[in-house]
Design a protein around this ligand. Sequence first.
Ligand SMILES: [Zn+2]
Length: 320
Amino acid sequence: MYTVGVDLGGTNIAVGICDEKLNIVAKGSVPTLAARDPELIVKDMSDLVGSLAENAGIPYSEISYVGIAAPGSINSDTGVVEYSNNIQMSNFPMCEIFKKYSPIKTVYIANDANAAALGEALAGAAKGAGVALMITLGTGVGGGVIMNGKIFAGGVNYSGTELGHTVLVAGGRQCTCGRRGCWEAYSSATALSRMTKEKMTELSLKGITSLMHSMEKPDGSVSARVPFAAMKQGDPYAKEVCDEYIRYLAEGITNMINIFQPHVLCIGGGVCNEKEYLTKPLIEIVERDQYTRTNPNKAKIVTATLGNDAGIIGAASLGK
Ligand SMILES: [Zn+2]
């Protein structure tokens, strides 16, 4: 039997059909076109599942269920997207509507960051960990907590484990959630780009040109790769940006380790492509500062291995 994972993002709908060992045997994507009627988005999700299955020669009778990873507050019991900012949905009965368009009648749904965490915990960098945490450094700071192979999403509602919206600096930088000083406002890839740009402006005012200036895009923006790329070429100002970024990231990760003491803490998102330039100094700070610094049993900090497939594989595991 096969299971299907649908990862609904703001830009693309990605679908994968998985075998029982969670290998993706067929995969495809179509644009989300997020501004349209959400029912049309769900119809495209169902159509893509159908065409992938047909091309792979897998009949619907061999698909046991579909799992959907969607952004926002997701009620996994009712199958309703209670609220999503990226794709405009409010109290949207996603699972019901999927079943309206698809012959597959067993449909599960979870928050996308939680699904990605589940994917890494079952088939990726945190495989085998009893308690696994995943932190995704992208537009925001996504968080997921997996306990014994299951998503922990909170109690009173389904909006728990928004790890990126815990405050690092009271009254600090404005966060997209309305609060000030959230971890996300310091450790997302967006925050890293902004910190880089601020450093460049500061240097320009002093009449200093750094390597980072030569990496600016024509529209004046800089990607989150710039400070690491310039640091690797010896730019001391870029190193200051990277050091500051890593310090905030380490503070947040140390907080999470002090709360959860996971067996494995997995870091995902594009910033992880910096590999040991990010992880080596980060792990040094976290191991030095964590509450259990003298305990030989410590959370293992690793980088994600499934990339964009984590959401698909996690979604395809929701019924397991
Ligand atoms: Zn926030």
